[in-house]
Design a protein around this ligand. Sequence first.
Ligand code: UT7
Length: 323
Amino acid sequence: MIYSRIAGTGGYLPDKVLTNQDLEKLVDTTDQWITERTGIKKRHIAEENQTTCDLAEHAARNALAAAGLQANDIDMIIVATTTPNQVFPSTACLLQARLDIRGCPAFDVQAVCTGFVYALGIADKFIRSGSVKNALVIGAETMSRIVDWSDRGTCVLFGDGAGAVILQASAEEPGILSCHLHADGAYESLLTVPHGISNGYDKMIEGNAYIKMQGNEVFKMAVNTLGRIVDDTLAANNLKKTDIDWLVPHQANIRIITATAKKLKMSMEQVVVTVQEHGNTSAASVPLALNVAVLDGRIKRGDVVLLEAFGGGFTWGSALLKY
Ligand code: UT7
């Protein structure tokens, strides 16, 4: 039996930082409001000439080093992103060229904040089927490019960054125990960037393709849906809540994270929280948080870790793994 396991993790945040105090000067908001309602204290913003692929490359190189691999050991690249460099080639193909890898499949996945969990689920299937040995799986975003900096309801929430893992074939025990991927396209109106290539291209090139969100509606859906998927994931693996050592949630809002931890009856000590450092980095959020907890020694080999995310689409998903 072939399983997949995480062989190394990496993360990268751009140097430029935008604090809540900086945002007080841009829109009618306060550090107190942002902190109490979201838990966010700052976010990192890519420089004008810094692209999603640049962020992804940093995270990828960190993950390769952590796994003790060379770029040419990689035989599949998946980049989860909502903010690709350009229409095509995919960000994964651009990254492939940067890493000087030739021939292996490379493609992007678009599932907004759930993108990394989707990408991990896809890579896991390829590895289990025996066709891939080392997959580079990345969540990378420059959300700052699609934020309306005059909308206080959204501009305080998002940031830029990238997180990566090397998913490796393993003949021993798993690794990834199960992945659960879902979507319901009926909720477009609650969370959307309503313009793009085929719809409202003129608005996009004018720079008016921005995130529109009915925050409190999304909030309620996220809390309920994540509670359900946590139960489903445990049931699929015949595990109890107490079997989970670590929760690594999507970092959108501390109140959503706390509600999921409560549902799991987990102490916040067992939850990896990085939202205060970088806000909502969409597909980058879960691998960024995972990387932090691996690097600081909280998550150790053999620990049972639950990853979960919810985002535009709506999409949602989870991955249960033995690190
Ligand atoms: O990752 C993808 C999924 N996205 C999410 O998970 C985001 C989910 N939603 C949320 O995190 C929260 O709904 C928000 C943080 C976006 C908003 O928090 P909320 O507690 O749901 O606030 P609200 O939207 O109900 O707004 C409450 C009040 C409103 O004023 P009134 O109508 O009560 O007078 C807003 O206009 O807060 C006001 N408000 C602000 N005030 C100061 C909204 N944004 C701000 C702001 N600063 N930045």
